[in-house]
Every structure is written in structure tokens, then in C-alpha cells.
Write a protein that binds this ligand. Structure first.
Ligand code: GCU
Length: 347
């Protein structure tokens, strides 16, 4: 006869003891050395890139400065490769304060605060020079960074994410060739509209899903900067990269508002300096990273295709007005960027 298993007081005490030991062991293993560690605030930063990407290196610089100057109070942890969740999920974690910072494309921020729609307008900047001049216009950028407190986050610095171009698994030369293709876009309503205006079927999904989706034939390609071809290996599955240059959109490091407001004046100053330095490091590494990516992608078999960007622009530029009509908040920002385009042209 089978003996019925009964939980006795002895079993209960033993299991409590067992779990108690586990907790103590786990605690010791994680205790970096002294009691002060326990008092440190762990500052968690999430991003979507590989550990060799300029953004990861720039965040390590931020970590280094904060820990050098405020190491008794803060322990900064940088989590790459969407390991804390896709960009959209990580933004939600920042909103609730479960993590403190995330680097996000402005396109992914759009559904959390529509002020960020402005950057998704195709062909917003006349070129890189206008883009950099806009991003370095502190008055303008701070007005955007500080406009999202109600959504629970605030922009604290930005990183460049280059120029976005199409790449596909069959060769394309003109916008006509996009017809009928299923192409991945960032999870942003404006990007969906842009892709539709180009005549392709927009498939929104997170960055981390793109490689497998192309490989399995769920989509025919995507659009991004050159680093996606190598650091995320997209060039293996979509080896035709065409320089149609539809967007130059930045990434923004956003922080939880409550955490940022909890910093003392002195800490705020140190954070501001560390962020400035982190931005500087990323920008300094960017051009070389793109050059290397192109070289490496060519070795992988990627073909880079030049095209007349005017014919691509004609197809979608009408969207700018459409977006402005739907969101008046963007008008002063858009007007200022147009002024910068003109200033750069005149220089
Ligand atoms: C770039 C950008 C990311 C963005 C990604 C994407 O890598 O830097 O912020 O999330 O593109 O296409 O999703």
C-alpha cells in the first residue's frame, strides 16, 4: 500500500531552514564586500544594442564617472541587448521606476508622448549638419526633454543613431520596388504611415525580433543605420542596403522622473557632467563605427546601393504637413528645425 505523504511540523521547520540558508548564501554571493553596498542605490540602465556598439561604450563611461564620483551612493548597472525587455517594455519599466533609465529611439517614445512624433517625419532634416545643429540647440532639445514629466520620464541626453535606409532580401533600386514588400518598422504610428506612403506593408515589431523575422520570411527587410547589418547580423539575411536616407532620428536616454527629482543639487550636477561626457563619447565613436560596419558588411556580402534621394522624398514628404495638422504641439519645433535647415543651407 502506498504510504500517504503528510507534511509534519518537522518537514516545515526543515524547509524553512533550507530556504533560510539559500537566502543567506545568495545574499553573501551578491554582497560585493561591505555593509555600505547595501545602502547603495542600484541605477539600472537598459538599451537595445550589442556591447561593442558606441552607445554601450558611452554608457560605460557614464557608469565610470558616477561610480568614481558618487561610488558610495550609486552602483550603475548597464544592461545591453534588450535583456531587460524590448525598448517599449523597458520604457514602461522606467515609467514605473522598476528601472531608472533606458536608451530609446524617439520613434518608440512616440506612443508614450506624442511630442516625439516630430523626429519620425521623413526627410525632416536636410542633412546631417542640420540634424546635429538641431540636436545641439539646447533650448529646443531641453524643451522636448522636459515636456514628458506627466508620462513619468524625462530625456537626459541623446545619442546619434545615424541615418536610416532600407535593406531587403531582394535587390531594390526605386520606391516602386517596395510595392508589395513586407518591411519591419519601429512600433510607432508615424513610421507605419511612412512605410505605407512608400507603398510597402508596414510590420511593426521590436528590434530584437527582426533577424529571425527576415530569416523565416515573415518580412522581406527593414530600415535602419548600417550598424544593424553587422552588430545585429541583419546583413546576413537582407544583403541589399539602399541609401535612400528617409530619416535621421536620434536615440534619447530617458530617466524616471521620481529618481531624477530625488537627486541632490550636487548629485544632479555630477549626473549632468557624466551625461554630457557620455554623449560626447558616443558621437566621437559613431562615424568610425559606421565606416567599420560598412567594411564588415561588404565582407559579409552586403551590396550598398546609391540612389537619387529626391525620388524617395517626393513619395513621402507630404506626410510632414499631415502630421503637423494632427498634432499642433509639433508646429513650433518643426518651424525651428526648418529655420535651422535654411541657416545651414546659407552657411
Ligand atoms: C537603432 C536605434 C534603436 C532602435 C533600433 C530599431 O538601432 O539606435 O534605438 O530601437 O534602431 O530599429 O528599433
Amino acid at each position: 500500500m502506498k504510504q500517504k505523504y503528510r507534511i509534519t511540523r518537522k518537514h516545515y521547520t526543515l524547509s524553512l531552514l533550507f530556504f533560510g540558508v539559500l537566502i543567506v548564501l545568495f545574499g553573501c554571493a551578491n554582497d560585493k564586500s561591505d555593509a555600505s553596498t547595501l545602502k547603495k542605490k542600484i541605477v539600472r540602465i537598459s538599451h537595445s544594442q550589442a556591447v561593442t556598439h558606441p552607445q554601450h561604450l558611452a554608457l560605460l563611461e557614464f557608469e565610470k564617472i558616477i561610480e568614481e564620483e558618487l561610488g558610495d551612493k550609486f552602483d550603475v548597472e548597464v544592461y545591453p541587448n534588450e535583456i531587460l525587455g524590448s525598448s517599449t517594455n523597458a520604457i514602461e519599466l522606467v515609467q514605473t521606476g522598476a528601472i531608472d533609465f533606458v536608451v530609446s529611439s524617439t520613434a518608440n517614445l512616440e506612443t508614450f508622448d506624442d511630442i516625439y512624433e516630430v523626429f519620425s517625419m521623413p526627410y525632416l532634416f536636410d542633412g546631417e549638419e542640420s540634424y546635429y545643429k538641431t540636436m545641439n540647440d539646447e533650448g529646443l532639445i531641453d524643451s522636448i526633454f522636459n515636456a514628458t514629466d506627466d508620462a513619468g520620464f524625462r530625456g537626459v541626453t541623446w545619442y546619434t543613431a545615424g541615418t536610416r535606409n532600407f535593406y531587403t532580401n531582394t535587390r531594390i533600386e526605386t520606391p516602386e520596388d517596395l510595392k508589395g514588400m513586407r518591411l519591419r518598422v519601429i512600433q510607432s504610428p508615424t513610421n507605419v504611415k511612412m512605410m505605407q506612403a512608400f507603398g510597402a506593408a508596414a510590420t511593426p515589431m521590436s528590434f530584437g525580433e527582426v533577424y529571425t523575422a527576415i530569416q523565416q520570411g515573415v518580412i522581406d527587410g527593414a530600415e535602419n543605420n548600417e550598424l544593424a547589418l553587422t552588430k545585429n547580423k541583419h546583413g546576413e539575411v537582407a544583403p541589399y542596403y539602399i541609401y535612400n536616407m528617409h530619416q535621421i532620428i536620434p536615440d534619447v536616454l530617458i530617466g524616471n522622473v521620481r529618481f531624477l527629482d530625488s537627486l541632490t543639487d550636487e548629485e544632479q550636477q555630477i549626473f549632468a557632467n557624466a551625461l554630457e561626457e557620455s554623449n560626447r563619447v558616443e558621437l566621437e565613436l559613431w562615424d568610425e563605427a559606421v565606416e567599420e560596419a560598412v567594411k564588415e558588411a561588404k565582407e559579409m556580402g552586403v551590396e550598398f546601393i546609391e540612389t537619387d534621394t529626391k525620388i524617395w522624398k517626393e513619395q513621402v514628404v507630404g506626410l510632414q504637413q499631415e502630421i503637423l495638422d494632427e498634432n499642433e504641439r509639433l508646429v513650433p519645433i518643426y518651424d525651428r528645425i526648418q529655420e535651422i535647415n535654411k541657416e545651414v543651407e546659407g552657411e
